[in-house]
Design a protein around this ligand. Structure first.
Ligand code: ADP
Ligand code: GN1
Ligand code: MG
Length: 354
């Protein structure tokens, strides 16, 4: 069955302005299944919510509606939900679906193509943080508990390694050793949050470059998307995850590791944009730990890819059997270079904040 026929019934439950003409897979997200729906009166995004990952879809959609309403009320361009015919924010059932207005004339990138665009993206994610500064954090459901709790991610990794359910440990000894040998670095951010030296803020937590829509002509950021993980966190997560994905010379799943490098000039460009947005609120401790944020999000993401590889690819969408392992390798290559560049990164931050 083609997608247009498959989703006809689902789409008929939403308040669409016209009949769907076509439905086709869209985008490069790893978690939800995303489709572009075309009608004679506009285009839409249909998402099948991954309820293995988001165990509480009600809580998730309550967050989603509250955050998007708040952003829209404060003048930001954001994703807008199309309600169901019964007035719900999403379609509940054995599978859960939501429908969004398609934001036209925009593009997303899988790799940062130029420093100036990446600087603007940095500003936009910093600005996103500012806009949510007064959002009542205690009303947000933790959609994925311990999302960026790196020590917990390490324990999950050890668990998957111990079980070795699909007998893949023997095929990735080098990567396993990388994770084990860096274990004394994993608690820096968690400790600073626990002792109160880092402030808790409402953060996006998944700030990779393909989670922001850019104007297709000017490349100016238009809307931050993928708001499923907006939760209390630290600024370091948002800064760090953007650097992890965008300050690399290659794609997240590049197979040729000789092409994967941490690019300090892309780091500096992003930092310039981000810091110009948050300069009034950033604390000295946050500024000091920004390079650690970049390293931590990278090593943590690599650990998560490797954990999923060891568990038989149950979490991230994959296109071939070694996909998660390939992704883990790029992350560890980047994390290693970042470790060696801490001082250079810190110098850039100090320079920008002068
Ligand atoms: P996932 O959680 O799987 O990453 P996303 O919400 O990030 O899902 O959506 C996947 C991709 O779909 C995005 O990277 C973007 O390219 C596209 N997309 C999502 N929502 C919209 C929208 N409202 N308008 C235009 N494109 C969108
Ligand atoms: C996932 O949903 P998506 O594809 O934008 C993941 C992030 C990872 C990222 C790695 C909810 O992001 O945490 O950093 O893949 N999202 C979730 O590319 O787990
Ligand atoms: Mg996404």
């Amino acid at each position: 069955m083609d997608f247009t026929t498959e989703f006809k019934d689902i789409l008929s439950k939403f308040k669409l302005p016209a009949e769907p003409v076509s439905t086709e897979p869209f985008g490069a997200g790893h978690i939800n299944r995303t489709f572009l729906v075309t009608t004679k009166k506009g285009r839409f995004i249909l998402q099948k919510i991954n309820t293995e990952v988001f165990r509480d879809p009600d809580g998730l959609m309550k967050n989603y509606a509250a955050v998007t309403d708040y952003l829209a009320a404060h003048g930001a361009e954001t994703v807008r939900l199309v309600p169901t015919k019964t007035g719900e924010t999403y379609l509940k059932g054995e599978s859960c679906y939501r429908l969004l207005h398609f934001i036209e004339n925009t593009v997303t990138y899988q790799i940062a193509e130029d420093a100036e665009t990446f600087r603007k993206v940095g500003f936009a994610f910093g600005d996103f943080q500012n806009r949510l500064a007064d959002f009542p954090a205690d009303t947000l459901t933790e959609t994925i508990p311990h999302f960026h709790d790196t020590p917990k991610r390490f324990r999950d990794f050890l668990d998957a390694l111990g079980k070795d359910t699909v007998q893949r440990a023997a095929t990735c000894r080098k990567e396993i050793d990388f994770v084990l040998s860096h274990k004394n670095t994993y608690s820096t951010i968690a400790d600073a949050l626990a002792d109160g030296s880092l402030p808790v803020r409402v953060t996006h937590n998944d700030t990779k470059l393909n989670n922001i829509l850019l104007d297709e002509k000017t490349k100016d950021p238009r809307a931050v998307i993928d708001l499923d993980t907006v939760m209390p966190g630290t600024m370091l997560y948002d800064f760090g995850d953007s650097i992890r994905f965008g300050a690399s010379t290659a794609a997240e799943d590049e197979q040729d590791l000789s092409r994967v490098h941490f690019d300090l000039s892309l780091f500096a460009a992003y930092a310039k944009g981000f810091l110009s947005a948050v300069k009034k609120t950033i604390t000295p401790k946050e500024a000091e730990l920004l390079p650690v944020g970049a390293y931590m999000m990278t090593v943590e993401c690599g650990m998560r890819f490797l954990t999923d590889y060891l568990s038989g690819d149950t979490y991230f969408a994959t296109k071939y059997p070694e996909h998660n392992l390939i992704r883990a390798r790029t992350q560890f290559a980047l994390a290693e270079e970042m470790e060696r560049s801490f001082e250079l990164m810190s110098r850039q931050i100090t320079e920008i904040l002068k």
